[in-house]
Design a protein around this ligand. Structure first.
Ligand code: ADP
Length: 393
């Protein structure tokens, strides 16, 4: 910020380098005396002709180096010297004729003009130099700021990563520890139904079943949180994976609900190989397929199509369904943790499935997304780098 505020284009430059006045004005007698000496030496040859001409040189030098003031001083000194030494009456300031007076006046005007020009030139040169100095200083300040900013970003990123890791470790251990009491609840609810079922009335049965079902849902939730946090922490080693076999394995996972709903999955093979972590890829595909099986209109049979599309060095795998679809405003947030568009009564779920999809794919160097319209199905995609190695996993 400092650098930006300090340098304003067109602002008056406070420290224009001028050069020492002693040297600038000291040059005047030296230049005039030198010119006078030379002119005196040449006097036997030149006589009284062009008595002031050579002094233009002295004026030029003084104006060029010293600017307007020294230029004027050199003009006056030169005019006096020329008048005194070369114009009648010689060696005095008297007896000046009209022609000589005009000569001195012309010299004076030329000297003033030259001094003024050089003076302006000199100050604009000095201004430019001043601007350049300020510009360089600003650039240096901007560079330093950028460096500091980079360091700060690195530091904050490291802190954030550490906080994230701590949070994930916390989620992992909490989820892990929750499982034991949960199994107790499930087990005892089951035991209640099996061993004391005959002593419970209808309401008792209902309550015990609800306890078991709620514990089941919680078990699923914990399971998903564990998968998600494991995915965030684990080192994923990538290797060539045949998409064909990964899709088959994921299909087997959803076989039962798919059959129960009378649905089918059409795979447009052969699918290529991609660089991936096989268990994570299977998990990602299972989540996409099970969503495609689940999110259909009540009573409708899921129709799912899996196909691949080459995109440069990457492969985009599409999982397309003809289900209920997703409104555009929800299509991004459904990839966040715990984002659900339906209550558990309509469609059961934990809201972590697609978060696992995105996190998993990103950890494998890819990306994930969806195209969808409510009522006409969804086309989920994941994109991974294609593998060229011949031996697929
Ligand atoms: P869950 O399925 O456990 O609720 P997800 O993260 O897998 O969690 O999905 C988040 C939400 O995205 C779901 O609640 C659902 O509303 C929507 N969704 C996911 N897949 C589909 C799909 N194939 N068709 C329509 N909606 C979907």
């Amino acid at each position: 910020m400092d650098a930006v505020q300090t340098f304003r284009a067109g602002a008056p430059i406070s420290r224009v380098p001028q050069g020492s006045p002693v040297i600038r004005y000291g040059l005047v007698p030296v230049a005039v005396a030198l010119t006078l000496g030379i002119r005196l030496l040449l006097h036997p040859v030149l006589g009284g002709s062009a008595p002031l001409l050579m002094f233009v040189l002295a004026v030029l030098v003084c104006a060029w180096y010293g600017g307007w003031g020294p230029g004027v001083a050199a003009t006056v000194a030169s005019a006096l010297a020329g008048w005194f030494f070369f114009l009648p009456d010689l060696y005095s300031f008297g007896g000046l004729g009209l022609a000589d007076a005009i000569q001195i006046a012309t010299f004076g005007v030329i000297g003033m003009a030259v001094s003024s020009l050089h003076g302006r030139l000199r100050s604009s040169r000095a201004r430019e130099a001043g601007r350049l100095v300020e510009l360089q200083a600003s650039e240096e300040r901007v560079r330093q700021l950028a460096e500091t900013l980079e360091q700060r970003v690195e530091q904050r990123t490291a802190e954030l990563e550490a906080a994230n890791r701590a949070l994930e470790a916390f989620a992992y251990s909490v989820s892990h520890d929750l499982r034991a009491p949960l199994r107790g609840i499930q087990g005892f609810a089951q035991a209640l139904l099996e061993d004391y079922g005959d002593r419970l009335d209808g309401t008792g049965h209902d309550y015990a079943r609800r306890i078991a079902a709620a514990a089941g849902r919680m078990e699923q939730l914990i399971q998903d949180i564990l998968v998600y946090s494991r995915l965030s922490r684990a080192d994923l080693e990538l290797a060539p994976v045949a998409l064909d076999s990964a899709v088959r394995e994921a299909q087997a996972e959803v076989e039962l609900p798919l059959r129960q709903r009378g649905g089918e999955v059409a795979v447009e093979g052969p699918l290529p190989r991609v660089r991936a972590h096989r268990p994570t890829l299977v998990q990602v595909l299972t989540n996409l397929l099970s969503n495609a099986v689940l999110y259909v209109a009540p009573g409708a049979a899921p129709r799912i199509r899996v196909r691949a599309e080459e995109r440069g060095s990457r492969t985009r795998l599409w999982v397309e369904d003809e289900g209920i679809g997703i409104a555009p405003e929800h299509q991004e947030r459904i990839f966040d943790v715990f984002e659900r568009l339906h209550g558990s009564d309509t469609y059961p779920g934990t809201g972590i499935g697609l978060a696992i999809v995105r996190k998993g794919v990103e950890r494998m160097g890819g990306s994930a997304g969806v195209e969808s319209e409510p009522g006409s199905g969804s086309r989920f995609w994941i994109e991974l780098t294609r593998a060229e190695e011949p031996n697929a996993a």
